[in-house]
Structures are given as C-alpha cells and as structure tokens.
Design a protein around this ligand. Sequence first.
Ligand SMILES: Nc1ncnc2c1ncn2[C@@H]1O[C@H](COP(=O)(O)OP(=O)(O)OP(=O)(O)O)[C@@H](O)[C@H]1O
Length: 267
Amino acid sequence: MSQDLIRIRAVSKEFGATGWFKKPVGVKAVDGVTLAVKRGQTLGIVGESGSGKSTLLRMALRLIKPSSGTVEIDGQDIWTLQGAELKAFRRKVQPIFQNPASSFNPRQSIGQILVAPLEVHGIGDRDSRRAKVAALLERVGLPKDAIDRHPHQLSGGQKQRIAIARAVILQPEAVLADEPTSALDVSVQAQVLDLFDDIRRDLGLTAIFVSHNLAVIRQVSDQIAVMRHGSVVEYGEADQVFGDPQHEYTKTLIAAVPDHRKLMRAL
Ligand SMILES: Nc1ncnc2c1ncn2[C@@H]1O[C@H](COP(=O)(O)OP(=O)(O)OP(=O)(O)O)[C@@H](O)[C@H]1O
C-alpha cells in the first residue's frame, strides 16, 4: 500500500466558454498542479483569493472535472469510479465547506442532518444511529439537546462543529476542508481548528485543508503547498516551508502574518 492516499497529478482546470472547435478560451484557474497527501497527514494549501485553491479542492472531491490531469485515491483515478466504487469514494472522502449553513437543510433538525449519511449508506438501525449521533455531538462539544435544534438556532462555531461531526460520522479516510474557519471570529476559529485537529488525529484521518490564512495553515498542516495564479510555487514539509521558504511569494506571505515571530516562538 502506497503511503500516499491522494495523488493529484498534473491537474489543470480551465473555466469559461469553449470557443471554435471546443478550444478552451476561459480562465485557467488551476494550472498543472501535482501534489500528494500522505495517509494520516494533513496537506495545507495556502494562497491568496483567486489562486485556485477551491477549484483544486473541488476537483479532489470529484465535484469539478479537471480539464486535464488526474486525481487518484488509493491509486485509482476518481473519474473512473462508478456504482458501488463511487459510493465507497463518497463515503471515504468527506468535505467541510466554509459556510455550512448553505449545505444544511434549514428544515431538518441537527439529529436528522447527522443521521442522514448513516441512512444513505445503510449503516446501523434506528437506535444505534441515534446513539452514534448523540456520542458524536458530545465529542464535538455540543449539548445533548442540540440534537433537536435547527441550524438557525446554532452559532457559526456550533454549525462548524456540526459540519465536522457530519464529515466524520461515516468514519471516512479523508476530510477535505475549504476555509472551514474563515467565517468565524478569531477566538471561535481557534477552538474549531483545535477540534478539527484533535478529531483528525484521534481518527487517523488524512486531510487537505485550504485557507488564505498562513497562520491557520501552519497550525494544522504536516505539508504545505503555496498556490499562486493556479500553480504551486512552493511545496514541502511545513517546518521547512515556514522555517526556510525558498520562493519570494512564500516569504512575502510569511512576513504578512501578524505576529509571526510570536507564532514561531509558540510552535
Ligand atoms: N465556476 C467558475 N467559472 C468561472 N471561473 C471560475 C469558476 N470558479 C472559479 N473561477 C475562477 O478561477 C480562479 C480561481 O478561483 P478559486 O475560487 O479556485 O480560487 P481560491 O484561491 O479558492 O479563491 P477564494 O479564496 O477567493 O475562493 C478565479 O479567477 C475564479 O474567478
């Protein structure tokens, strides 16, 4: 078994109208990116707005098809998966998005939201599902009665705790998160990040974590890829990228982190 769970190979994505003879004439959002994510580790992807991070993550989630290149999980091109294999992929790789409110059905209770993946995948019976949801709510630090509340009755931080719970309820192998804490206040952001990291370690999950915030990326990542204009300009172990950045752009990003000396001392 390879030590890489996810491999992104020479992936590009061009958006926009296809012109004469279906020649792509749009924006190249991602341009020839090659990255690997080791089992049980977190790859952080950092870059400014528009650098292609979300597009890359969505391709790894099989939500957007690459214009060229492949994304592999366990050595299999995810676009070749069909039927039961595709369903297994959907269980194995879970997303967490920036704004969970938009991916929760407002009419469903938190209990219904969390039990749905178990029902879809035919896991357990009514009682065991409910017990699983209750245990997970406790694990993510929410009160027992949250099970009967609705998303609009929860704070932003609580909603992201639910998003984390939903992402792990099927015991996936990987969690792919796109700016999961960016909409939160700084203090809440730190708590949710800690929770994400704790649960990921407890469950031995592999992760990709996308953020424009280098301090956030530093906190959760084993490896870091720095993206700019659709390309990866720097990629390596987090300590090395942070401690000895090679690319000018990475140096600029690090210099822009407020209190980065304090951050370095705290690490
Ligand atoms: N569906 C789409 N159609 C056309 N262009 C798109 C689409 N999605 C993204 N783009 C463009 O692709 C480029 C990369 O966008 P992307 O959202 O991947 O970057 P990002 O680094 O995640 O930025 P942000 O943090 O602002 O989301 C941008 O120029 C964006 O306008």
